[in-house]
Design a protein around this ligand. Sequence first.
Ligand SMILES: CC(C)(COP(=O)(O)OP(=O)(O)OC[C@H]1O[C@@H](n2cnc3c(N)ncnc32)[C@H](O)[C@@H]1OP(=O)(O)O)[C@@H](O)C(=O)NCCC(=O)NCCS
Length: 147
Amino acid sequence: MELLEITHDKKDYLDLLLLADEQESMIDRYLERGTMYVLSDGDVRAVCVVTDEGEGVLEIKNLAVSPDCQHHGYGKQMIRLMEERYRGRFRTLRVGTGDSPLTVPFYEKCGFREVYRVKGFFTEHYDHPIFEAGRQLVDMVYFEKAL
Ligand SMILES: CC(C)(COP(=O)(O)OP(=O)(O)OC[C@H]1O[C@@H](n2cnc3c(N)ncnc32)[C@H](O)[C@@H]1OP(=O)(O)O)[C@@H](O)C(=O)NCCC(=O)NCCS
């Protein structure tokens, strides 16, 4: 398994990025300034985009595992690889996600804890309602763990 940094043609992975963030204009807000990684064993298993938010905070802006590879440990492996790569350079790993039963338990399993919420983020910034597991996403929930 290889971790590749993608510096050009990041939109080649748009199908995957859209799994985690379904509005392309929102992806455009962080894709260029973000550092993008792909986990691959010949086939692409997962993608991740991280940004430097200042004051020692590294934020995961996008994390997606290929649909036929989900629940096989690739998401957790990507988080672990980010931790190994950035430990010592950043103090905190942060991620924002919808209040969804598909993502919150995953981040909790990876050792993240909820720190704050931005009320109405999804209803305010996205041009259409977003539903996950039958529930409309409204607030952005931020999780952090120490690096
Ligand atoms: C969310 C996502 C990144 C998780 O990656 P994954 O490879 O499927 O998850 P993993 O197999 O690494 O799971 C790690 C742990 O979390 C648990 N977990 C994962 N999803 C879960 C869920 N929906 N409910 C409960 N537990 C869950 C696993 O059981 C596993 O537990 P373990 O360590 O005890 O074995 C992946 O499912 C995905 O890409 N989803 C679509 C895009 C998305 O929503 N991205 C997140 C945007 S914030």
